[in-house]
Design a protein. Structure first.
Length: 257
């Protein structure tokens, strides 16, 4: 739980641009630049629920927490631990996304999140949370401006206090370390592996433009074509899409070689 010095590898204005795109678009760019398996790394294999989809995507640096609301023993020294945890959060540059592992999983006993903690964390530079436990006070959290992806809703907080923080956590089947760049929306989340942040925006924008300039353009212009003409043009556009991706990244993208 020792706080480590963290310098964001991207300036805030790049994060603001990343926030303009949905998470699938960011994934499309990331899969072109990653050295990892895009079917295994960075994504959530388990289902998430976005309880504030109207807030759009969120992007920030991961700060991490483990909780175990069912265990009253954590209340001993809980006030001190909460102060130390808030000091950890305050010491990390924002924007931040709090990634919370609920050690009670698969059970759900109580929520760390509600109106009070949402306002506290918003004041500390957090823009949202991803928790494989529960949230409550959804309207009040929305009013505070803190977005939440969670497993479910619940009514109480039980014995929840910070247990461990600043450590690697596992949420929705994916490991997340402090300091990772996280992009999330109603589709799920993407925790960018360390070292792959700097080319992310360029790759995402390129792949989105590539889609619009090839396959989508052809599909939207299909009116009046015969089946044979349509299939020929679609096949050609897919080939053009792949060629553009190969020329840029060395791989053809989602349609394969």
């Amino acid at each position: 739980m020792d706080q480590k010095h963290f310098t964001p590898p991207l300036p805030h204005e790049v994060l603001l641009q990343l926030k303009r795109w949905n998470t699938p678009t960011i994934y499309n760019g990331w899969e072109q630049i990653t050295r990892h398996d895009p079917a295994q790394a960075a994504i959530n294999p388990e289902v998430t629920t976005d309880f504030m989809p109207q807030m759009g995507p969120m992007v920030g640096w991961a700060v991490t927490l483990q909780i175990e609301p069912s265990q009253s023993r954590h209340k001993a020294g809980g006030a001190r631990r909460a102060e130390e945890y808030r000091e950890y959060i305050a010491g990390i540059p924002g924007p931040k996304i709090v990634v919370v592992q609920d050690l009670d999983k698969p059970a759900t006993t109580g929520s760390f999140w509600g109106e009070v903690n949402a306002n506290i964390h918003r004041a500390l530079g957090c823009v949202g949370t991803i928790t494989d436990g529960a949230v409550r006070d959804v309207d009040e959290m929305t009013n505070a401006g803190l977005k939440a992806l969670a497993r479910r809703l619940c009514v109480g907080h039980a014995h929840v206090v910070p247990v461990n923080w600043g450590c690697e956590v596992q949420v929705f089947g994916q490991h997340v370390k402090p300091g990772q760049l996280v992009h999330a929306d109603k589709h799920g989340f993407l925790a960018i592996p360390t070292g792959e942040e700097k080319r992310l925006l360029d790759a995402a924008v390129f792949m989105d433009e590539n889609e619009c300039n090839t396959v989508i353009k052809t599909a939207r212009g299909a009116s009046g074509l015969t089946r044979t003409e349509l299939l020929k043009q679609l096949n050609q556009s897919v080939a053009e899409f792949g060629e553009a991706a190969r020329n840029k990244f060395g791989s053809s993208g989602e349609f394969g070689d």
